[in-house]
Design a protein around this ligand. Structure first.
Ligand SMILES: Cc1cc2nc3c(=O)[nH]c(=O)nc-3n(C[C@H](O)[C@H](O)[C@H](O)COP(=O)(O)O)c2cc1C
Length: 498
């Protein structure tokens, strides 16, 4: 099934699939929504449409991405790996041989060409236009998420800017603390492309903020693409249809025509204030720091616009599945640079940057260390604090198995690599902000060239006996049948089914 074309189609799909609950009771966006959503997310519950948020006429949609099933529905796939496979198909394109391959190759090229956003003359996002003094962020049910947050925050925006030198568009998801009816802060962290655009201007930088998009475009705003690649092109490729854009009313930027709400405006170098603290996805409050002020010149909307939100906090929270989508979708791109990587996993509890488990096809002494350095040099993965490397036959998504390999295979004196480098903007643990230690754990099998004694053979039951026991299991009268591999309980696999 094709991914939904806009937020309303998405809500319809969620409802038909039994994945959405409408909450008619009046609920306060000030903290109350968070407590409800946090309980719902942690119980694996449905998306919630608050139709009567206190103080606003606009319904509030939340937890749209909160489970693997909903994430797959958003992309119109059975497994998130199916999305990765489509990208891999394009990335691995070889010169075609023979007519059939040429036709297939042309189709692939067409799917790339069709991904380019296209400008249209009218968009539903401009059915209502408020400019100047009529702009009023108080109209929206913006959440204050946690008790220590000083103000409400817009949490699920797609923020659009243009590189002043190259003209390349950037779309990113950055929280926006409301200052008053017509301004917010823009939380562009140190390593983000959005911030680069801001730093590249002397004066004003125009900014558009799209709220309430189809789920794939909303996801794409959070995707860690290299700066020169337009996130809206990724959205078009993943949806199989170009993103339609309309010209802004007060700025020279184009905005997604299907958005529920668009904020147009600008930031200006030097116009900054103290943003935060904010209860963040690390599970702690991020500190108050200076960030640019976003001044809103127009607020445009669909009639009856639906406001989207997300709560981040102690993992697991709704953003876990946005992160998992990135983990799966970017595996082929990572393999382009580091082909010996078989698979990787960013445990949700590791808040994305704290830990990466990676399995490799090990071919030479020090290979695990090579991969650790590669990860510390790759895009946003470079901010990873801990890298655990295991052999290709280890299931990186099975944390019990990984823990077993670490316990069994590593010598802390020989197999730990301590390094240092850039760290996530929000990481409160390092002594200095942005910079600190890195830990690599080599849990692969080692050979004599890596200074080990003879490596012992791993215990595995013979195929003959396994088949025999499979065949006779019902005769034994033992109720609980272990997994098909017969070796381990299901452990944490149910949390991260693949
Ligand atoms: C729910 C959510 C909230 C986020 N909030 C922020 C934020 O406030 N600031 C930030 O720099 N990145 C934030 N991110 C991460 C960025 O969206 C992500 O790194 C993105 O790739 C940045 O795009 P850019 O590199 O093009 O700037 C958030 C991600 C999610 C899923």
């Amino acid at each position: 099934m094709a991914p939904p074309a806009d937020l309303r189609e998405w809500i319809g799909l969620l409802e038909r699939e039994g994945e959405l609950t409408r909450v008619a009771a009046e609920v306060d966006p000030d903290l109350e929504v968070t407590e409800i959503v946090d309980r719902t997310v942690k119980a694996g519950g449905p998306a919630l449409l608050f139709t009567n948020p206190k103080g606003s006429d606009h319904p509030l949609l939340i937890n749209q991405f909160g489970t693997e099933r909903r994430m797959c529905l958003a992309f119109g796939v059975k497994r998130l790996d199916d999305v990765a496979a489509r990208l891999e198909d394009v990335l691995e394109m070889q010169p075609p041989q023979g007519l059939v391959e040429k036709v297939r190759g042309l189709r692939k090229l067409k799917s790339i060409a069709d991904s380019m956003p296209k400008t249209v003359s009218r968009g539903a996002c401009q059915e209502v236009v408020l400019t100047g003094d009529d702009v009023d962020l108080d109209l929206l049910p913006i959440q204050r998420c946690w008790p220590g947050d000083p103000a409400p925050f817009i949490t699920l925006p797609a923020v659009i800017t243009r590189d002043p030198k190259t003209g390349t568009r950037n779309v990113g998801m950055y929280r926006m603390q409301k200052i008053d009816r017509r301004s917010t802060f823009m939380h562009w962290q140190l390593h983000k492309d959005g911030r680069m655009d801001y730093l590249a201007v002397d004066g004003k930088l125009e900014v558009a903020v799209a709220l309430g998009l189809d789920p794939v475009t909303a996801y794409s705003a959070s995707a860690p693409l290299p700066k020169h690649i337009d996130e809206l092109m990724l959205a078009g490729f993943l949806r199989g249809e170009p993103t339609e854009l309309v010209k802004g009313k007060t700025i020279d930027l184009e905005v997604p025509a299907n958005a529920e709400i668009v904020l147009e405006g600008y930031v200006e170098r030097g116009d900054e204030g103290i943003e935060g603290p904010f209860g963040d996805h690390t599970g702690y409050y991020s500190p108050a720091e200076p960030f640019p002020t976003f001044r809103v010149t127009a607020m445009t909307m669909r009639r009856g616009a639906i406001y989207p939100s997300i709560v981040v906090g102690k993992p697991p929270a709704e953003d876990a599945w946005l992160g998992k989508a990135t983990e799966r979708i970017f595996l082929p791109a990572i393999r382009m640079s580091v082909p010996e990587i078989v698979d990787y996993d960013l445990p949700v509890a590791g808040a994305f940057h704290n830990c990466v488990i990676v399995s490799i096809r090990k071919a030479f002494p020090g290979h695990a260390q090579k991969v650790m350095h590669a990860i510390w040099g790759l895009g946003m993965l470079s901010l990873t604090k801990t890298v655990v490397v295991v052999d290709e036959w280890v299931d990186v998504h099975d944390y019990e198995e990984v823990f077993f390999r670490v316990g069994a295979n590593f010598d802390p004196k020989r197999d730990v690599l301590l390094s240092e480098g850039p760290l996530d903007h929000l990481d409160h643990a390092p002594t200095r902000q942005f910079y600190g230690g890195k830990l690599g754990i080599d849990a692969t099998h080692k050979g004599p060239a890596e200074g080990t004694r003879e490596w012992p053979e791993e215990i595995v039951m013979s195929d003959e006996i396994r088949t025999l026991v499979d065949r006779r299991w019902s005769e034994y009268g033992i109720e609980a049948e272990p997994g098909a591999d017969g070796a381990r309980p299901r452990s944490l696999r149910h949390l991260l089914r693949r």
